[in-house]
Design a protein around this ligand. Structure first.
Ligand SMILES: Cc1ncc(COP(=O)(O)O)c(C=O)c1O
Length: 430
């Protein structure tokens, strides 16, 4: 044996000793499939409270036992099967490095994009596979044709990075950003559409809409806003970071011109994955963020010029879609809605509680926001974690002050009971 090979073996052994590979129980994953099949014929709302079924789903995830995670809006835990697939891909690509990249990478990517496009109800020629919503929507916000003086309409509850992208473009190229105030508890879709419509001028080129507002959980009527905007020749960008894989819809239902999402949020894909949809006829006029002059202007892949990146995660998208479909979009949304309503209905009767999520059932799904009079959002988040081990995130926005609460499929009603009890103790002691 050469010194080199002895050294290699030594390194292998030390690595094997230091890395603890997670142990997965595929049987549990298969149990979800079996349990799901048994529900045939039952409505999504009936299944939403079927704790026997959701117990099977919960078991398909490995959740930290050290705290109650009610902050799944940042990104969600992947199921064990998705994680296992991702780890296998890491290993496979590590063994084959540039051989994989040069021979298989593009075919695999095209296959994944086909599955993703199918899930979204669009053509693979209309989607770019990217790293997150921030990247997807920066491509649009910075790449659509706008002249100095042209106006973009945004809202006060849009995500900070998108507002910054519009501000940066304005600073650099003299475009104009008009910010509207959105109602927290709208009485109708028309009220929301009217808020955008009122800001339109002959200079308006684009409206940016947050599909599901991350701060409060409010769902905006993107289709109605798009219909109104299109009737005036204005384009629409949908920030669907939280909507895709959370509420059931196909992208054409929105009739938006551009849609960005983070696949690592509600679709349950590995961290670092996003998608941009661009309506076919709009692709040719959209400038890439990363230089690309070789691909035809109407080829969506011109927007994917992101260089070498960990495509091991991309491959596990197929597993995430499979897991999602095994449960079903309608059932998943109904369960998330049920979990949100479970805690919120109890919380709203507690003294000093402020609910920052629209009251009407169809205006939110799994995301909710609650505040306590006299306690700052960060103090409330700290008390919840320090005293009750309930992890949420403080939202200190000019219009919304509270903690955002985002349960997921692996959240149990028992965990929500602990959260509600904590709110009772906090609210009653104010
Ligand atoms: C509404 C909204 N848009 C965009 C983003 C950005 O997502 P990412 O950080 O995955 O790019 C977020 C993140 O939470 C969000 O809530």
């Amino acid at each position: 044996m050469t010194i080199k090979s002895t050294r290699r073996n030594f390194i292998r052994k030390s690595l094997a000793a230091s890395v603890t590979m997670p142990v997965f129980n595929m049987a549990l994953f298969n149990e979800v499939e079996a349990a799901s099949k048994k529900l045939k014929g039952k409505s999504a709302s009936d299944v939403a409270s079927d704790e026997t079924f959701w117990y099977q789903v919960q078991k398909a995830y490995t959740v930290s036992p050290h705290f109650i995670n009610l902050e799944n809006g940042y990104f969600s835990l992947v199921s064990d099967e998705v994680l296992e697939a991702q780890l296998k891909n890491v290993q496979m690509i590590n063994e084959q490095p540039s051989m994989y990249m040069r021979t298989r990478q593009w075919g695999d990517r095209a296959n994944i994009k086909r599955q993703l496009a199918d899930f979204g109800g669009v053509s693979p020629d209309e989607i770019a596979l990217l790293r997150n919503t921030t990247e997807a929507l920066n491509i649009v916000i910075q790449g659509i044709e706008m002249n100095a003086g042209d106006e973009a309409i945004v809202s006060d509850q849009d995500y900070g990075s998108m507002l910054e992208a519009f501000e940066m473009r304005a600073k650099r190229f003299g475009t104009v950003v008009k910010k509207i105030r959105l109602p927290l508890h709208p009485k109708s879709d028309e009220e929301v559409v009217a808020a955008f419509e009122a800001a339109i001028t002959p200079k308006t080129k684009v409206i940016h809409v947050t599909h599901m507002i991350n701060l409060s959980g409010q769902i905006l009527p993107v289709r109605k806003i798009a219909d109104m905007a299109h009737s005036k020749g204005i384009e629409v960008i949908s920030d669907s970071a939280h909507a895709f894989g959370h509420i059931p819809y196909k992208i054409p239902d929105l009739d938006c011109d551009y849609m960005g999402t983070s696949l690592h949020k509600w679709l349950g894909c590995p961290l670092g994955l996003g998608m941009l949809y661009v309506k076919k006829e709009k692709i040719k006029d959209l400038w890439p963020l990363m230089g690309d002059v070789n691909l035809p202007e109407d080829d969506i892949r011109k927007l994917e010029h992101i260089g070498t990146h960990p495509c091991s995660a991309d491959l596990a998208i197929a597993n995430a879609i499979k897991f999602h479909n095994m449960i079903g979009s309608e059932r998943k949304a109904a369960r998330l809605h049920y979990l949100k309503s479970y805690w919120l209905k109890k919380a709203q009767n507690i003294p000093n509680i402020i609910i920052n999520t629209p009251a009407e059932a169809e205006r939110s799904c799994g995301i909710g926001n609650v505040g306590v009079k006299g306690i700052s959002p960060s103090k409330l988040a700290d008390i919840l974690y320090d005293k009750y081990k309930v992890f949420t995130v403080a939202i200190n926005h000019s219009a919304i002050k509270g903690v955002r609460v985002t349960p997921h499929l692996y959240t149990t009603t028992h965990e929500l009971d602990i959260f509600v009890k904590a709110l009772e103790e906090i609210g009653e002691n104010m």
